[in-house]
Design a binder for this molecule. Structure first.
Ligand SMILES: CC(C)(COP(=O)(O)OP(=O)(O)OC[C@H]1O[C@@H](n2cnc3c(N)ncnc32)[C@H](O)[C@@H]1OP(=O)(O)O)[C@@H](O)C(=O)NCCC(=O)NCCS
Length: 190
């Protein structure tokens, strides 16, 4: 089913041109959620995306089926002192959340349009985005009211660090998750 799906890579300088596409796919994928959850509204997403694409090191992979965008994944490295961990509610050793700018890649978004679900595209996007990273680990947040998505990430090797509620209006309670990344290009000294 994934035959013919192309993965294209993008970086921050391409983000302004991509922004309408990213918003359109989001608006479609989160249409049901946005009806009841202000945190999922396209306007909130638009604010979030502007924040993310401005981050140093932002990268994005978009999956295309015959030039039709079917889903995407994006993220960026966490800077030193990142606010990412600010809403962590579970006590963990301090060094677990120490960021250096090169330690952790945050997977901010992963979404696939409904006709392309359960085809392997989501996993392919996830793997493609993370394959070229030089950080030692990745992190993501998954809504605690979406246990099937949490289980999906666990099946892909992610472990749960604890509870996290971002310090943003209407933010839900998330599982903060971590994934060790294999040593890659440029990491031979790690
Ligand atoms: C997450 C996603 C990329 C996974 O795609 P996939 O690997 O093809 O897997 P599925 O779509 O079959 O999702 C796995 C299960 O999670 C459920 N699920 C997926 N997204 C969900 C959501 N936002 N809320 C609640 N349940 C969700 C699916 O219904 C499915 O359950 P089922 O096995 O009973 O049918 C895709 O489901 C998606 O785009 N979801 C909406 C956006 C999203 O929630 N992204 C994750 C943010 S952390």
């Amino acid at each position: 089913m994934t035959t013919g799906i192309q993965m294209r890579h993008y970086t921050g300088n391409q983000a302004p041109a991509l922004r309408p596409l990213l918003l359109d796919v989001y608006t479609e994928v989160y249409a049901d959620a946005a009806r009841t959850d202000p945190f999922a509204s396209p306007d909130r997403f638009a604010e979030g995306i502007d924040h993310w694409i401005a981050r140093p090191g932002w990268t994005c992979v978009i999956a295309y089926d015959n030039d039709q965008p079917v889903g995407y994944a994006y993220g960026a490295p966490l800077p030193p002192g990142s606010r990412w961990w600010g809403g962590l509610l579970t006590q963990v050793p301090a060094d677990v959340t120490t960021e250096t700018g090169t330690r952790t890649y945050a997977l901010s978004e992963l979404m696939v349009r409904t006709p392309w679900r359960k085809t392997g595209v989501a996993r392919q996007l996830h793997n493609t985005l993370l394959a070229s990273r030089s950080e030692e680990r990745a992190t993501l947040l998954v809504d605690q009211t979406h246990p099937k998505v949490h289980a999906l990430y666990q099946s892909w090797g992610w472990t749960t660090l604890g509870d996290l509620r971002p310090r943003l209006d209407d933010a839900p309670l998330f599982h903060a998750m971590l994934l060790a990344l294999p040593p890659g290009v440029g990491q031979s000294g790690r």
